[in-house]
Design a protein around this ligand. Structure first.
Ligand SMILES: Cc1cc2nc3c(=O)[nH]c(=O)nc-3n(C[C@H](O)[C@H](O)[C@H](O)COP(=O)(O)OP(=O)(O)OC[C@H]3O[C@@H](n4cnc5c(N)ncnc54)[C@H](O)[C@@H]3O)c2cc1C
Length: 379
């Protein structure tokens, strides 16, 4: 396997780097104090990336994508991660549901607007009591004529307060085994009967939401795939959520580690054996993650869709992020709690705890690897 970039890829990297230098928002963390400001920033950033020709790089050209290999997405993520830009919207993996399973009419209606950033999306899968056991979801959609009438609750729907549309899983049949009675619907978030309540996570930011559905009417033409195909669609979306987008994370990890090495020098702890061990551990996990992601990327370029082995990258990413944020907290010391620390080490530490939960907990990732990759028997 040759992981080096070819001439075109190198030229693309240079172009992206120059574009990011000219266009990425600066000081955006400090300047976005409210949720409204954050929503506006994410939407504007998405549109700017689109205008710069940097959204949908590996999507088919017929829907506004550029038909490039996933390597280009990885290079983009790497450069955005290194420049610590705001997050890119969730279209990259949620759009997979539509362009893999949607009708031609659905693709034409949704995908170009999704790429332009005119429609922001959220993912309504989890419910109270149906997170790890996602197939146990209970939000019910009853077919009445040409509409579904939906009642129930979604939980932890990230970005719902900024989203225009939601890709959601609903139960359409209670009389078949639980995986087979699930369908996938698309709904605007501003229709009658939907209530969205932000949830503050551990660092105090309302990053995710509860969504309540009370007799919400969703036209049948907004169903993706057949009735009962929701589980397969969910597995496709989740496999892309866990995939080589992680490459952007590696760039952030590397620059954070460089900053922490500097901080260790400044605070006179660069020779502390425990600190040295923690830095070395973070480098090793980061490098293992990089190589694993590169391997997955090369398989993706060769046309193999992501599979259960993506859980390896997810576990390594979790370990690397939590190791480095624990180290950052240790080096920052009491300043992290007194408010004198401008880098928000405490907030970053708290946010790192959520990585072992969203997109499937670490325990569930290990179950996937045990059952689906190693072929071990289920407990
Ligand atoms: C910040 C954040 C953002 C999120 N964003 C979204 C989003 O946008 N859309 C969305 O749909 N969901 C989202 N989620 C939900 C996330 O996917 C679920 O929280 C996660 O799958 C865990 O489900 P749960 O919270 O119901 O916990 P539970 O499933 O109740 O798990 C509780 C504990 O039991 C363990 N456990 C459960 N079952 C097993 C098992 N079989 N074997 C071993 N251990 C097990 C778990 O690992 C965990 O430690 C988000 C969550 C967070 C925290």
């Amino acid at each position: 396997m040759d992981y080096r970039e070819n001439t075109d890829e190198l030229a693309f990297r240079q172009r992206v780097r120059a574009w990011v230098t000219d266009n990425a928002p600066r000081n955006w963390r400090a300047e976005t104090k409210t949720e409204e400001q954050m929503g506006a920033l994410l939407r504007a950033w998405h549109r700017k990336l689109f205008e710069g020709g940097l959204v949908g790089l590996s999507w088919p050209t017929e829907f506004g994508g550029q038909g490039l290999t996933p390597t280009y997405e990885a290079i983009l993520n790497d450069e955005l991660g290194a420049a610590d830009t705001p997050r890119v919207s969730f279209h990259a993996y949620l759009g997979r549901a539509i362009f893999t399973y949607g009708t031609q009419a659905q693709k034409q209606h949704f995908l170009p607007a999704m790429l332009r950033g005119d429609m922001q999306w959220c993912q309504g899968f989890s419910e109270p009591g149906a997170g790890s056991d996602l197939a146990g979801l209970r939000t019910y959609a009853e077919l009445r004529g040409d509409k579904y009438v939906v009642n129930g609750q979604k939980m932890w729907t990230s970005g719902a307060q900024h989203a225009d549309w939601c890709v959601m899983l609903v139960r359409t049949n209670r009389d078949v085994p639980k995986h087979k009675g699930i369908s996938c619907l698309l709904t605007p978030t501003n229709v009658p009967g939907i209530t969205i309540r932000p949830i503050k996570i551990s660092d105090g930011s309302p990053e995710t939401c509860e969504m309540f559905f009370d007799d919400v009417e969703i036209p049948v033409e907004n169903r993706i795939g057949d009735e009962g195909a929701g589980w397969r669609i969910a597995m496709t979306v989740l496999s892309y959520e866990r995939g080589p987008a992680d490459i952007g994370f590696i760039a952030t990890l590397k620059s954070t580690l460089r900053r922490l090495e500097g901080l260790a020098e400044e605070t006179g702890r660069a020779n502390d054996p425990e600190i040295r061990k923690a830095i070395a551990r973070a480098y090793v996990v980061g490098e293992a993650l990089r190589l694993n992601v590169m391997e997955q990327l090369s398989q993706r370029v060769a046309g193999k869709p992501p599979g259960p082995d993506g859980s390896v990258a997810r576990l390594l990413l979790t370990q690397a992020e939590q190791t480095v944020r624990r180290l950052e907290l240790e080096l920052t010391g009491a300043d992290a709690l007194t408010g004198r620390d401008e880098s928000d080490a405490f907030g970053a530490y708290l946010r790192s705890r959520t990585i072992s939960i969203f997109g499937g907990t670490s325990e569930i990732q290990k179950n996937i690897l045990a059952n689906q990759v190693l072929g071990l028997p289920k407990a």
